[in-house]
Design a protein around this ligand. Structure first.
Ligand code: BYC
Length: 318
């Protein structure tokens, strides 16, 4: 293709973005746009399926049948989110096998938050309340993202995340209205999950490598710091209702800005976790690799069945 033809395609692409029209898989797109989307959507998909592990750990120990059913449904939803997102990612010309390989080899990232352990039942409440709460804030703007398949997948994901957030908050509320021991358990979970939840939004805007370009392409609609602030402003009053203390001595409502000021995030901890040195990184990847290995016979059987069906259809129509 000549330079003039490429420039023409770039102009059409940019004009579509400017008009807030969706980019669809068969549309021409710059290679960097395609690669950035594969990176973000696949990281998002990996986060969903790795995110099933810390909660799955509590399914057999849920304190009642009602809690077990709700947690099972939540974890199944996360598998579904992973599937929509992997499918959206495949429309960009990468195979599911390649995506899994990138996760297993450590080439692709997944959210830092899932490398922390779930020590007590209150952690299931804290994850729903804080982690899904953070996910909703991060993901609602993605329903409006410029790449069509990603934006459409996010609509359903966000609806389900709302239910997840509520089930978490309800667990916290029950514990906080219970015995002193239960309330202490809820406070301990908040203490451990608060800072990692703030880190979920990614590095500060000054440190973020991709935000500027992703904002131009309307992949990201808000910056990491804007979303983090929104989360804090929304969540602190919820902690007050529970009667819990957010573990930040510098947290204070600022009348002038209308936002909460907050303390310094430990970014060295964040980067340690992202680089694979968190408490559970090795355990998480091991579990995913084992699931891939143990599912091999299912994939083979499914493919053999699909081949047989194809042959039968060809015979009938041929
Ligand atoms: N963890 O330039 P930046 C869920 C990396 S699932 C690990 O700001 P970007 C749920 C980043 O990848 C939640 N790595 O990046 C599931 C980049 O490294 P690379 C997942 C992180 O992409 C089950 C570098 O740091 N949600 O909700 O513009 C149960 C510089 O960052 C993290 C999504 O994935 C992190 N937290 O912005 C319950 C949402 N943050 O790739 C809940 C979609 C940053 O250059 N993703 N890094 O090697 C996004 O919105 C964006 O990708 C992020 C990061 C805001 C996460």
């Amino acid at each position: 293709m000549s330079a003039k033809e490429i420039k023409n395609l770039e102009d059409i692409f940019e004009a579509k973005i400017a008009r807030d029209e969706k980019i669809e898989p068969k549309d021409w797109m710059p290679e960097k746009y395609r690669k950035t989307h594969i990176r973000q959507i696949s990281q998002h998909a990996h986060s969903e399926i790795v995110g099933m592990l810390p909660e799955g750990n509590w399914i057999t120990r849920a304190p009642s049948l009602r809690r077990k059913v709700a947690l099972l449904a939540k974890v199944q939803d996360e598998a579904g989110h992973g599937l929509y997102l992997y499918s959206a990612c495949e429309t960009l010309g990468i195979s599911r096998e390649e995506l899994y390989e990138q996760l297993h080899s450590g080439k692709a990232k997944y959210s830092s938050i899932f490398n922390y352990p779930t020590l007590t039942w209150a952690d299931i409440g804290a994850i729903g309340w804080l982690v899904d709460g953070a996910a909703i804030i991060n993901q609602v703007p993605l329903c409006n993202t410029s790449f069509g398949p990603y934006a459409r997948a996010m609509v359903r994901v966000c609806k389900e995340e709302s239910f997840h957030q509520r089930q978490g908050y309800e667990i916290m509320m029950t514990l906080c209205n219970g015995t002193q021991e239960q309330k202490d358990m809820a406070q301990d979970a908040l203490n451990r999950w608060w800072w990692p939840s703030l880190m979920m939004f990614g590095p500060t805007d000054d440190e973020s490598t991709h935000t500027e370009q992703s904002m131009k392409w309307k992949l990201k609609r808000k910056t990491n710091d804007e979303l983090r602030q929104q989360f804090i402003d929304q969540t602190v009053p919820q902690a007050d209702i529970l009667g819990l203390k957010v573990p930040d001595e510098d947290l204070k409502y600022n009348n002038e800005t209308g936002h909460y000021d907050f303390g310094e995030i430990d970014w060295s901890e964040f980067w340690q976790v992202v680089k694979g040195h968190g408490k559970c990184n090795k355990e998480r990847i091991k579990a995913r690799k084992e699931a891939w290995h143990n599912g091999e016979w299912v994939r083979e059987a499914a493919m053999a069945y699909a081949d047989k069906q194809d042959k039968r259809t060809t015979k009938q129509t041929g």
